[in-house]
Design a protein. Structure first.
Length: 346
């Protein structure tokens, strides 16, 4: 029995790795489509932004399907009885309204996605001719504007993300290239991953975390930097969190990268039947890309946070100097050659 269990675990691991390798290769090929038009420092913003949009849309759709099943289940308290409506159209209208009830999503920490920012909408609208009427009003004026408007809608509904999502219109990327990226990303499903027709047992957040880690490392190499600057090994992160046991209080990381310590804190609390709302998250990050990524990481998990108003150096511009912290977890960039010069004399 133990042998069979071990064999199943090993097979799952092999399947997971094969899926992730294929995903890495496919998504990285998307960067190739941009490389001729942009330098490495810029095309990462477009790719990571689209990955974020695809992930939150997949998660939203998955939750929407779950809600619809509950509304159709006679035994469920949410059951929407068809007999209460005179016509099929009235029932359908009521069902649609229920599926757009934001509370059903936020109650399960599912990121709310406005209709104009959902992936299916982007996919359908991106092929329209310029000047065509949009389903939510206005006229279609290009794929870049469509994506930027999606980011605008998300930030309007999620105040913490204001200024975090990078607009892409200014990069002047070819419209056909952007359409191609949308088509390419449409084949990836974060909530129902499969490999060669076999279901892959991986959580959507784990897939997203892997993709971010992989992309940031590759982008760093393309920019001539060390990819390792963005991430602390998962085993080290897990060990530190388990040693500190941050069940409640203020958790701080002055060099947070993309927020790995905070993500692991959430996992630790969840695994021990705790409440993430008992923890306050504070962090700071100098790199603008990873600062934005950390904010996205928290937003998709429904975790409240304070990362300051912008990216900043915690040595020269501390943004939480008036706070007392209960837990400090960090892997500072020890190899910075100009660190002494950057610290102002007091």
């Amino acid at each position: 029995m133990q042998y069979e269990t071990t064999k199943i675990v090993d097979e799952n691991h092999v399947l997971q790795q094969a899926f992730l390798n294929e995903l890495d290769e496919k998504l990285w090929s998307s960067a190739d489509k941009l490389r001729q038009q942009l330098d490495a420092a810029n095309y990462k913003h477009i790719v990571l932004g689209l990955i974020f949009l695809k992930y939150i849309s997949d998660n939203f759709t998955h939750q929407q399907e779950k809600i619809q099943a509950e509304l159709s289940d006679v035994e469920n308290p949410l059951y929407l009885d068809r007999t209460f409506f005179d016509t099929k159209e009235e029932y359908q209208e009521a069902l649609t309204a229920e599926l757009e009830n934001r509370d059903y999503y936020t109650a399960d920490n599912v990121f709310w996605v406005p209709a104009s920012a959902r992936w299916q909408a982007l996919q359908e609208v991106s092929i329209l001719n310029t000047g065509a009427e949009l389903p939510w009003g206005g006229k279609f004026s290009g794929v870049a504007k469509l994506i930027d408007d999606a980011f605008d809608a998300i930030e309007k509904d999620n105040e913490k993300l204001k200024g975090v999502l990078q607009r892409i219109s200014g990069y002047a990327v070819n419209e056909d290239t952007l359409r191609g990226l949308i088509i390419l990303f449409s084949d990836t499903n974060f909530t129902r991953p499969t490999y060669n027709g076999e279901p892959v047992h991986l959580g959507a957040k784990d897939i997203l975390g892997h993709v971010y880690e992989y992309f940031l490392g590759r982008f760093a190499q393309a920019e001539g930097k060390r990819g390792g600057q963005y991430f602390t090994p998962k085993s080290i992160v897990s060990l530190i969190v388990e040693m500190l046991e941050p069940y409640s209080g203020r958790v701080y990381d002055p060099a947070m990268g993309s927020g790995g310590f905070f993500v692991q804190t959430e996992r630790f609390i969840t695994a021990h039947q705790g409440n993430i709302n008992n923890v306050s998250i504070y962090g700071q990050e100098f790199n603008p890309t990873t600062w934005k990524l950390a904010a996205m990481n928290m937003a998709i998990r429904g975790i409240d946070y304070d990362f300051g108003k912008h990216n900043a150096d915690s040595f020269t511009q501390p943004q939480h100097i008036d706070k007392k912290m209960d837990f400090i977890m960090a892997n500072p960039p020890f190899n910075i050659s100009d660190l002494v010069e950057r610290i102002p004399c007091r």
